[in-house]
Design a protein around this ligand. Structure first.
Ligand SMILES: Nc1ncnc2c1ncn2[C@@H]1O[C@H](COP(=O)(O)OP(=O)(O)OP(=O)(O)O)[C@@H](O)[C@H]1O
Ligand SMILES: [Mg+2]
Length: 189
């Protein structure tokens, strides 16, 4: 069982490989509906209908270096094991949205894992990508985007070690605050 953050890393890597300059990452946890939806949308090269059908076949990949693309089939399997499914919407030349849907409380649903580290990897892998991260737990949300960070930093390069630490700390605190708010709602409800 792979933590959801590692699946998220796969999705974002696909978006980067598809030449995206804009990536939106959303995690939506709804206790009432008992759903967890993890979504990545990009403005990369997209896929044809035909390609989309092939993509969920584990023996298909457009990469030359390895012949088995496993990212999406494995994520689809993880969703299905948890009463959920994987949805791919794509427009050639415009972009792709991948939505992984899970039953939140399902016993086989993997934990989110280390989301801040995955976000940091994405942030520092490609620094001209416009990205937005939005994590919702019921009515609460935590959001961070590259435009907000750029506004905050002005002239300081994002790769400055102090910026790195500040960002990681900001992400960890933001996520922890969400979890503790969610936990207090759960115990009082
Ligand atoms: N966001 C995307 N935009 C455009 N094409 C995509 C996107 N995500 C996936 N694809 C296409 O789907 C194929 C399968 O993706 P998948 O992640 O399953 O395997 P892979 O990336 O080829 O290999 P692996 O993830 O195992 O390294 C990719 O090779 C690519 O052609
Ligand atoms: Mg992949």
């Amino acid at each position: 069982m792979k933590e959801l953050s590692l699946h998220l890393l796969d999705l974002v890597q696909n978006s980067i490989e598809a030449g995206a300059s804009k990536i939106e990452i959303k995690i939506d946890e709804d206790f009432e509906k008992d759903l967890l939806v993890m979504e990545v949308s990009d403005n990369g090269r997209g896929m044809s209908e035909e390609r989309m059908a092939e993509v969920l076949d584990p023996f298909f990949t457009t990469r030359e270096t390895r012949h088995i693309g496993l990212g999406l089939p494995l994520l689809q399997e993880a969703c299905r094991r948890c009463d959920g499914h994987l949805e791919i919407h794509s427009n050639p030349g415009k972009g792709t949205t991948v939505q992984a849907i899970f039953r939140h409380s399902h016993i086989d649903r993997a934990p989110l894992g280390d989301i801040p580290s995955v976000l940091m990897t994405v942030l520092f892998a490609e620094n001209n990508i416009d990205w937005l991260y939005l994590h919702k737990v019921n009515q609460e949300e935590f959001r961070l985007g590259s435009s907000e960070i750029r506004k905050e930093l002005v002239e300081i390069p994002i790769t400055h070690p102090k910026v790195r630490n500040w960002l990681l700390d900001f992400l960890i605190k933001g996520e922890n605050r969400l979890f503790s708010k969610a936990a207090s709602v759960r115990t009082s409800g």
